[in-house]
Design a protein around this ligand. Sequence first.
Ligand code: GLU
Length: 444
Amino acid sequence: MNGDTMKETRKANPILNNQYHVSLNLNVRGLQESATLAINEQANRLIRQQKRVYKLGLGQSPFPVPQVVQEALRQNSHQKDYLPVQGLQALREAVAHYHSKHDCGHFNPDSVLIGPGSKELMFLLQISYYGDLVIPTPCWVSYSPQALIIGRPVVSISTSFENGWHLQPEQLRELCERDPGRPRLVILNYPGNPEGGTYSRKTLEEIAEIAREFDIILLSDEIYGQLSHSGEHISIARFYPEGTIVSSGLSKWCGAGGWRLGTFVFPESLKWLQNAMAAVASETFTSTSAPIQYAAVRAFEGGMEIERYLAHSRRILARLGNWAAARFREAGARVDSPQGAFYLFPDFTPVADKFISNNIPTSSELCRRALEESGVAFLPGSAFGRPEEELTVRIAYVDFDGSRALAASERIPLDQDIGDEFMEIYCHNTKKGIDLLCEWVDSL
Ligand code: GLU
């Protein structure tokens, strides 16, 4: 691509109303480092300069990789051969079995594709599929940049706090009816990053019906599925099996973000797309790290120890997330209590006057000033596709020692409340960071 045409052109598509926003990128020059990774590096830089920073920016699991999975990695450190492009057969079997069990489907090992992180698989998908990318916003920071890097049109559908920041079936219908034959890839992500909510069964069924009617390819990013706080997660693949690709991996529920292992499960009808992605994989990353794939077999096999680990992780996250949401509401934000993952998406619009009179007109300025003045690192709503002037922010409530918290939680029966004192002791940095941030808001 030509260097002179490198700037992003953002224009409203004349065929769509204001609810939608279409972006098209002509090149990658000027592309910034992904916001989630940049905030982490910035926070670490400040810490190296002896500053006290509360790290609520990067969404990384606070919990350790379960012992049995760590042990499996140790036992497989000698694995050195290149593995099949689509993934280790034993792992594909374990993943297929895992999805068949959790998502009530009949997945077979041939339908599984393993990659070095689900993020990379998403990029391969976007390279391999020619349709528009349709994303409800707010949404995770990388879906849209990936499409823009490739030069695919991105259609953002704006959601609202009132609707739980979730795509409404009628919004999707309206978009599809404007150009029914248009190929589209729609991404759903729940439990959701950045808002920590989830979709009801009814909404999933309605979205599935529209997807079927308009032949949509649905990428259901369910990487936080096992971190649904209630322990119940319904995959939309149950209602639209023929057009849904389910994305997951080890990063979130297994505390192994740095291991970089992602999984896609395809329906038979999208075999051609899976094969195309595998071809691109074979020309780029070849195959995913061998020791990690062998260890992942153990993770996807599950069992008592992993179930217990998950039950305690969920209990801690639910308690902390609920406390944090209430604390933000006290400080004037509107925010729902979370239902999964480890994120909140507070909206400070109800107290916007305070921010504006303090020269804070945008969400990025809010984050910049809060980091400088209160030492709390977190991300602006604009990184998640929201308008700059909307005072929304994403909080990842993960700055605590998950090993210590898990060990303490295991001493308290699962049917008991862990209590406020638990959070004070074992989730200290997160609690302190949120208190400091809310006090800073109060002081404006
Ligand atoms: N998914 C995580 C987040 O939203 C971090 C990983 C990443 O963005 O690559 O913070």
